[in-house]
Design a protein around this ligand. Structure first.
Ligand code: FAD
Ligand code: FES
Length: 616
């Protein structure tokens, strides 16, 4: 203590002054604040910029104890201090990632790292953060040991290296699985941030990667690229796969995780012209690269987006506001004529599941999420930026010249000039491998799983977009949310289920493994660089809604979705961290009544105070 005191007397104080000092073992000690400067249940970010270190620290006070972490969320490196701190969890304001306060470990996604934790010392009434320069400047921590050694058995094979499959592999390894992990993907790239493809398709591939090649090497995850799994023998636990340009091979597995995701729904054969050149779909990085190349071409003037899905509208936002000229300036971008052709009267409004019959083709549509009022406001945002919408429009044909698309023909007789069409009419599940298998499927072709994400076949799990799981937070069964966070969360739970089988109840001594899937669904959409909607919860009836705010002007609003008199989902724009706060109320299974939020948009906050009695 004497030594420390003498070091501290040399500290001059003030955030950006040289208030750090080192000891002989290169530990840096930096005074952050006085112990009463922050209250229990509060957190605060401190910038440390001195000649010794350049770091940003999040200080958290909980039950009179201080914890210090790197201050940025491991997902998109946004400040965690803007998030919600409750019951030993920090939830990021942006996309809902959750970290434990006492360990900094990631509890829920997106993002895959945990927070680097720093030592805290209290000297007199000062809070001092302690660490080496390297420790304090680190922004993410993973739990892969150096020189990791693994065994030949058991083998976990994961089909699909998207959000769900990758998270499963990563969480298995980070949390102590020491057998082989085989991660198969049809795609030729390392796992990447798929959601950015419709928002920022111009980003370079390496900017989108979830992890780089050295990470997979260090984690000893066998990532098998350009490879299609073509057959599974369920009784002998053997799978056959084919890597581009190579012979068929097979592997035995002990556990199998199905994470094959979705593919874009194609235009029906009854609409002629779907096979013309310059008709694009978007799901993979390869699709995005092909699309970007064509959009950049000066010959591409007229772009028609077929469909009104999120992906359709996010692409509309990118095409109307996100393109840049050769000098990188948006004002010098080569302007495109962007049209959106949609089947219904407003975008994204399908309020119930329906079979849509178009020229005798039958389609199964998923639910709308935000409801008609918000959907129409989103449409207006795009119209203000120059997009033209065709509502209740049936396409009869795509016509072309020399096999290249030229027009999109509507039933009304209108023909829309078109150099490039993007078809974004929803998705269908990649489940053909499981046809005629013992895997139990729902009638709309998703794989049914239980609370542990187990399918009807022993030691076979299913995760991500292809699965239908119980949503215990709202006591619902057979829910399918095609959200990035849900894909990651189901992947994480599948890893816990497998770890539980092999390692028993504990994980690295830090917490019990989760045996049952439990999360609040989180979704977000970025319609253009000024318009993001954040959503938490789940409803099948987005038209039963209470809206506060200004949809048509500032696009600043909160929408509460009501089921049987209770709030079951929230969407907001420009009211951070409201959706993360409400997500925490949902997480703790406290019921927000319609009356609570009808006249006061912050009326849910009383349920964040855990001293208040739980409402019936
Ligand atoms: C353009 C776009 C934008 C999106 N934006 C958002 C957003 O803003 N917010 C949000 O919450 N969600 C968004 N989503 C949804 C989100 O990306 C998905 O929910 C998530 O990616 C699903 O992950 P997954 O792992 O289940 O499937 P996928 O990511 O589709 O991964 C499945 C993988 O399995 C592989 N595969 C399939 N069959 C085989 C086989 N037989 N053998 C080997 N490999 C196989 C596929 O090639 C693929 O790599 C978006 C989706 C897209 C396409
Ligand atoms: S930046 Fe924190 S969840 Fe996305």
């Amino acid at each position: 203590m004497d030594t420390l005191k003498s070091i501290l007397t040399t500290i001059t104080g003030g955030d950006n002054n040289d208030s750090s000092s080192t000891s002989s073992n290169e530990q840096i000690r930096h005074q952050l604040c006085k112990i009463d400067d922050i209250q229990n249940g509060q957190m605060k970010e401190f910038e440390i910029k001195t000649s010794l270190v350049n770091a940003s620290v999040l200080l958290v006070k909980q039950d009179n104890k201080f914890y210090a972490y790197s201050s940025k969320c491991c997902h998109y490196k946004l400040p965690l201090a803007k998030g919600v701190l409750i019951n030993n969890r920090i939830r990021c304001f942006a996309h809902g990632a959750c970290y434990r306060v006492d360990t900094g470990d990631i509890e829920d996604h997106p993002g895959h790292g945990s927070l680097p934790k720093y030592n805290v010392e209290i000297v007199d009434d000062h809070v001092i953060v302690v660490g080496t320069k390297e420790e304090l400047e680190k922004v993410e921590r993973t739990k892969i040991p150096d020189n990791l050694e693994i065994d030949e058995k058991p083998v976990v094979a994961i089909l699909g290296a998207g959000a769900a499959g990758f998270t499963c592999a990563d969480m298995l390894r980070q949390n102590g699985f020491r057998g082989r992990i085989l991660l198969f993907t049809r795609e030729g790239t390392l796992p990447y941030d798929r959601v950015q493809l419709s928002k920022q398709p111009l980003k370079k591939p390496q900017e989108l990667l979830l992890r780089d090649q050295p990470y997979f090497k260090k984690a000893k995850i066998d990532l098998i690229l350009d490879t299609e799994v073509t057959n599974i023998s369920w009784s002998t636990k053997n799978l056959t796969y084919h890597t581009l340009g190579k012979q068929m091979k097979s592997e035995q597995y002990d556990y199998l995780v199905l994470a094959t995701g979705l593919r874009p729904r194609k235009l029906p054969p009854s609409i002629p012209g779907g096979d013309l050149r310059n008709v694009f779909y978007l799901r993979s990085m390869e699709d995005a690269n092909n699309l970007v190349n064509k959009v950049k071409s000066p010959e591409t003037k007229n772009i028609v987006i077929i469909g009104d899905s999120f992906i359709a509208l996010e692409l509309c936002g990118w095409l109307t506001t996100g393109l840049a000229g050769p000098n990188g300036k948006q004002e010098d971008a080569d302007k495109k004529n962007v049209s959106v052709v949609m089947l219904l009267k407003a975008p994204m409004i399908r309020t119930k599941k329906l079979f849509y019959i178009c020229k005798r083709e039958i389609y199964y549509y998923t639910l709308g999420i935000f409801g008609e009022k918000i959907a129409r406001a989103v449409q207006k945002v795009h119209e203000k930026n120059g997009a033209k919408f065709y509502a209740e429009a049936n396409i009869t044909e795509l016509t072309g010249e020399n096999k290249i698309i030229k027009f999109v023909q509507l039933e009304t007789g209108e023909s829309i000039p078109c150099d490039l069409a993007i078809v974004a009419i929803g998705s269908e599940s990649c489940t053909e491998l499981y046809k005629d298998s013992p895997i139990e499927m729902s009638e709309d072709h998703f794989i049914k799983v239980n609370d542990r994400l187990e399918t009807s076949v022993e030691h076979v799990l299913a995760v991500g977009d292809i699965s239908k799981y119980p949503l215990r937070v709202f006591n619902l069964d057979e829910v399918n949310c095609q959200h990035w966070q849900m894909a990651c969360s189901t992947g994480h739970q599948a890893a816990d289920t497998i770890l539980h089988h092999y390692l028993g109840q504990t994980k690295g001594g830090s917490r019990p493994l989760k045996t049952d899937f439990y999360t609040v669904p989180i979704y977000w959409t970025t319609q253009n660089n000024k318009t993001t909607i954040r959503y938490a919860g789940y409803t099948r009836d987005p038209e039963n809604v209470v809206i506060h705010g200004d949809l048509d002007g500032e696009f600043k609003f909160v929408a509460y979705y009501i089921v049987d008199g209770y709030v079951r989902a929230v969407a907001q724009s420009k009211y951070d961290p409201l959706s993360s706060e409400v997500a925490e109320v949902f997480h703790h299974r406290r019921n927000i009544r319609k009356e609570d939020i009808e006249n006061d948009m912050y009326g849910y906050r009383k349920y964040l105070d855990f001293k208040t009695k739980k409402p019936e």
